[in-house]
Design a protein. Structure first.
Length: 72
């Protein structure tokens, strides 16, 4: 996977919308029930993110943001 944590958050919100909130829910209690069921299912079937951007890559790529930071 390439990108930032924000990409992962956007993907999760999109999935929640498609899988759980794909219809109008007029009752707040029903909304809470639907979200709780979706959250329980999602948490029990966790997916992993395979980050390719390492700490060393960060030091090189973002050195202009943190010029005085050095790794030991």
């Amino acid at each position: 996977m390439r990108g930032s944590w924000l990409n992962v958050a956007e993907i999760e919100l999109s999935a929640r919308t498609r899988q759980c909130l794909d219809r109008r829910i007029d009752d707040l209690a029903v909304l809470h029930t639907e979200l709780a069921a979706w959250q329980q299912y999602t948490n029990s079937n966790q997916r992993q993110a395979d980050w390719h951007f390492t700490t060393d890559d960060t030091c090189v790529k973002l050195r202009h943001l943190y010029p005085t930071t050095q790794r030991s």
